[in-house]
Ligand binder design. Structure first.
Ligand code: GLN
Length: 452
């Protein structure tokens, strides 16, 4: 599939193109809530492809809240490195910030003030936590989205909205200017309408950064593999429809790849390990929002400390509060060995075993274990039921392995996505894989806002 970025940069734009784009976007946004901020100045950058940022990536002069009331009114005085690099390249123009679950805590987008809605049907969830990024990508013809994944927030919403979602190897893209969720897991990636565009954006933003010393992976390879592995212990977590469709995909892929089923023996506890580690890190990151220096500023400094602190911390949403409590508990001295240390050990085992398998081939799976649920259905799920839906996206995120999601089937009009995982620093091979697939499979879109 040809790159929309290249096509757009070459194309003549009709007079008033950007003004009309902003207007249509506002109109669509009233129905879909994809954007928290739409930038009226997008046309002033000359000939440049519109890009959006998830609302936890700092953009100079633009209110950046990470979807939280706690950061209402926060206007960063600087750009995140990824934003700076895209703008510096001269090929990209900022179009707005996208909706998300508060601080990245969620899988469906419903932990946002106003949930984003699925681009294929408004009654269905958009996925999360980068919900708006996926909806925006599915709605806008010429646009790419910067999104963030800690445990699956690029794969899940990309899959549910039928777009390509690429999460690079941990440490290839600078996190400077990202509002942290869990530092050892957070990765900035891309959503796009095709693999070529994901590659162009990845190339424009990756590479060492003196402002983030964990960004240290420089050489990215494109080692092709002949083998695809299906993970036995994960198989049973997919519902009947997903399993049937995914098996159809494997049939098609078996024309070009050897497909083998393997057991890693640790991935069925990956979700538990992930939530322990992610909550432990999240609770330390959220400690800074105390209403004095960081977070919604409380004016009344005459109140006593406990009341002041309680009032400030009341601005967190329900899921954030849950994670602060659980994360703080997990880190406490009396239970640390039982939870945190054990989870860290499971993570190490997963990295080792997946790493060994990924030397031989790619791992392939559905991106999401069930058909897209309705917003009303998700609101009835317990937190643990919600966490369980991350079963396919958590393993590569825990391991820092690059992974990419692509649409492969449409069930009752809704897209379904599959996910390919590769070894560390073999990111281009995954993008190439999806590029080959796109040669044979047509992606569908319901909206084409901004088409020329
Ligand atoms: N659903 C997972 C969580 O809530 C992952 C979210 C993410 O990657 N930000 O933690």
């Amino acid at each position: 599939m040809p790159s929309y970025i290249k096509e757009f940069l070459k194309a003549e734009k009709p007079e008033g193109y950007y003004e009309a784009l902003v207007e249509s976007l506002h109109k669509a946004n009233r129905e879909y809530n994809a954007f928290n901020v739409i930038d009226e100045n997008v046309g002033q950058s000359g000939n440049a492809m519109p890009f959006s940022t998830k609302s936890n990536i700092c953009v100079k002069g633009v209110e950046t809240t990470a979807g939280s009331k706690m950061l209402k009114g926060y206007i960063p005085p600087f750009n995140a490195t990824v934003v700076e690099r895209l703008l510096d390249s001269g090929r990209f123009a900022f179009i707005g910030e996208t909706n998300m679950d508060e601080f990245g805590f969620g899988t469906f987008g419903v932990n946002a003030a106003l949930p984003a809605r699925n681009a294929f049907d408004k009654n269905y969830v958009a996925g999360g936590s980068s919900s708006g990024a996926a909806v925006a990508t599915a709605m806008l013809k010429y646009h790419v989205a910067l999104a963030v994944s800690t445990g699956g927030s690029i794969s899940a919403p990309a899959a549910l909205n039928g777009v390509v979602g690429f999460t690079p190897t941990y440490g290839t893209v600078s996190r400077y200017g990202l509002i942290d969720y869990a530092n050892s897991l957070d990765k900035i990636g891309v959503m796009a309408r095709n693999s070529d565009d994901a590659r162009i954006v990845f190339d424009a933003m990756r590479g060492g950064d003196g402002k983030d010393l964990t960004c240290a992976v420089g050489n990215i390879g494109s080692k092709k593999k002949k083998k695809l592995f299906v993970i036995e212990e994960l198989d049973r977590y997919a519902d009947k429809t997903v399993r049937a469709n995914f098996s159809g995909l494997l049939d098609r892929l078996s024309a070009k790849y050897d497909i083998e089923t393997r057991n890693i023996g640790a991935l069925d506890v990956a979700v538990e390990a992930y939530y322990i580690l992610a909550m432990a890190e999240a609770s330390t990151n959220l400690a800074r929002y105390d209403g004095y220096k960081y977070g919604l500023q409380l004016k009344d400094l005459a109140t006593r400390y406990n009341e002041f602190f309680t009032e400030a911390r009341a601005n967190f949403g329900e899921e954030a509060k849950r994670r602060i409590l659980l994360g703080t508990f997990i880190r406490s001295e009396s239970v640390k060995a039982k939870y945190y240390t054990k989870a860290a050990r499971i993570r190490a085992i997963i990295i080792k075993r997946m790493g060994e398998l990924l030397k031989e081939g790619f791992i392939v799976s559905p991106a999401f274990p069930m058909q897209t649920p309705k917003i009303s259905e998700v609101e009835r799920l317990t937190p643990v039921q919600t966490y369980a839906t991350d079963i396919f996206t958590v393993p590569p995120n825990l391991g820092g392995f690059p992974h990419i999601t692509f649409p492969y089937h449409y069930q009752d009009g809704m897209p379904m996505g599959a996910q390919i995982i590769g070894e560390h620093a073999n990111d281009y091979a995954l993008i190439d894989f999806v590029g080959e697939w796109e040669g044979e499979f047509d992606y569908r879109y319901k909206h084409n806002i901004g088409s020329l």
